[in-house]
Design a protein around this ligand. Structure first.
Ligand code: NAD
Length: 494
């Protein structure tokens, strides 16, 4: 790619594109061929302070803007996003290696996140309470927090970037956003462009991009800034733990949406066709790089013969390669580090006796980021892949002898994000649902699903707090008790 084709962007602070205080840029690398896709300003802790200044200054007028005026901005943004859809899909393929089918899902869902944010603006925002004082009014108002810090990952950028800002903004907060170094455009600046075109006032959303080497310092400054009242973080459990500790030090609430080790439980009486379809999609959508991806297929042993050969045949046929090809399903991993992580898990398992039913974890592709789909079985607890989040195009099949054993294995993990249960017996499926510990679970479906009306979030080391639905609104507002006594309190004791 000619240098002139490389996108160059500054930080977005107070409605202006500005250079980083360091004067430096960070390269944003295209995963498929390793070329530079964009150069973005490498923000610093001082830039976080400037962004928080702008967000704080914008808060009074944004938080008091009339509901219809604010709602129009989100509805227009949904239309702008749709209008820019093809450009966004091309950007996703280039910046993150996403397949066309996953990019389309990202786009459609991002638009719905904006429409749901618009709807949130005209929902009731409080409660009228009982009171012991005759004639008085006692209210629990829901009010915005002030400035919200939003830190997001690269793996479903339009969805996760928009999710980190849409409801926080809609309910009246202003935001300082720090998108992933692997997707600063599609997870940050592209979303800000859409909202700006829709009329979001300057300073309401500020975007500070950064170099990976500075991520710790930039995020620490964001959490420590006294104007920032709440942080939301979507990303790995390791980084989430750092953020949770720092937020606690500063007595700030955090929403942490972290990793998963999601099971697809296939019970004895499951429809094998449905099980195969669900498992192919669940494990290999976005090359397995979704927090909700199926890491583990836990199947009753009586179905193994009906399931495994058909599953493996389908996996072998998945088109792999360049994400610019609309037929590609399994594209590159996000970077060489990601590919090396998956390869090492597969090779460790193979060396310790796992069976590889297809694939071997070899790294290919022009940039060393492509791994062809891998299906493993005979995986035991001494193998790293047993407990680690794979986050790539590999999945493990665990045959079990009973529903009881399936539940025990599903719960034998530090994570608890999502999962699926396939069964024709609704009673049996509901019993599994009630005993698997996860924030989300689906019957007759696998784990990948999201709707902005639903409470999304994990338990255990998959994090805490919710995006989506009423719980999502509560995450980014606080309750304030207000009383009104029309003519003063009737009696004081002295
Ligand atoms: P990551 O944790 O490496 O990065 C996420 C964010 O953290 C980025 O913005 C990055 O700059 C920042 N960061 C990195 N190092 C940091 C440090 N030392 N201190 C502070 N911040 C730092 O995660 P990723 O690779 O971008 O995303 C993949 C992970 O995210 C997977 O574990 C996946 O399961 C998880 N995820 C969870 C959800 C969910 O909703 N639960 C959704 C998508 C992804």
């Amino acid at each position: 790619m000619a240098m002139s084709d490389v996108i160059e962007r500054g930080l977005l602070i107070g409605g202006n594109s500005v250079p980083a205080s360091s004067g430096k840029f960070a390269d944003d690398i295209a995963p498929w061929d390793g070329e530079i896709y964009a150069r973005v300003a490498a923000g610093t802790p001082a830039d976080i302070t400037r962004a928080a200044d702008a967000a704080e200054a914008a808060f009074p007028s944004w938080s008091t803007m009339g509901a219809f005026e604010r709602r129009e901005i989100f509805l227009r943004a949904a239309d702008v996003m749709a209008k820019r859809g093809e450009a966004a899909i091309a950007a996703l393929a280039r910046e993150t290696g996403a397949s066309r089918v996953f990019s389309q899902f990202n786009l459609a869902f991002c638009i719905q996140v904006l429409r749901e944010a618009a709807a949130a603006i005209t929902r009731p925002a409080g409660e009228l309470l009982a009171t012991s004082i005759p004639g008085a009014y006692s209210m629990a108002q829901r009010i915005p927090l002030g400035v919200v810090g939003a830190i997001s990952p690269w793996n479903a950028p339009l969805v996760l970037g928009m999710r980190s800002i849409a409801i926080p903004l809609a309910v009246g907060n202003t935001v300082v956003m720090k998108p992933s170094e692997d997707a600063p455009i599609t997870c940050g600046l592209l979303l800000a462009d859409v909202l700006a075109e829709a009329g979001l006032p300057a300073g309401v959303l500020n975007v500070v991009t950064n170099d990976l080497a500075d991520a710790g310092d930039v995020v620490a400054a964001l959490i420590a800034d006294p104007r920032v009242r709440n942080v939301n973080f979507t990303g790995s459990t390791n980084v989430g733990r750092i953020i949770g500790v720092q937020a606690a030090q500063h007595l700030k609430p955090a929403v942490l949406e972290l990793g998963g080790k999601n099971p697809l439980i296939i019970l004895e009486d499951a429809d094998p066709d449905l099980a195969v379809d669900a498992a192919v999609f669940g494990a290999f959508m976005n090359s397995g790089q979704i927090c909700m991806s199926t890491d583990r297929i836990i199947i009753h042993e009586s179905l193994v013969e009906a399931f495994i050969p058909r599953y493996v045949e389908r996996i072998k046929a998945l088109p792999c390669g360049d994400p610019a090809d609309a037929a590609t399903i399994v594209g590159p991993l996000i970077n060489r580090r990601g590919a090396q992580h998956v390869s090492a898990l597969v090779k460790d398992a193979a060396a310790k006796g796992a069976s590889l039913l297809t694939g071997d974890g070899s790294i290919e592709g022009p940039n060393g980021t492509l791994i062809r789909p891998v299906v493993l079985t005979e995986v035991t607890t001494d193998m790293d892949i047993f407990g680690s989040e794979i986050f790539g195009p590999a999945t493990v099949i665990h045959p079990v002898g009973s529903a009881e054993a399936a539940i025990d294995l599903a719960n034998d993990t530090e994570y608890g994000l999502t999962g699926g249960v396939i069964s024709r017996d609704l009673g049996a499926a509901l019993d599994v649902v009630s005993r698997v510990r996860s924030g989300i679970i689906h019957i007759n479906d696998q784990g990948i699903a999201d709707e902005p009306m639903a409470p999304f979030g994990g338990v255990k080391n998959s994090g805490y707090g919710k995006f989506g639905g009423t719980a999502g609104i509560e995450s980014f507002t606080e309750q304030r008790w207000v009383t009104i006594q029309p003519s003063g309190r009737p009696t004081y004791p002295f």
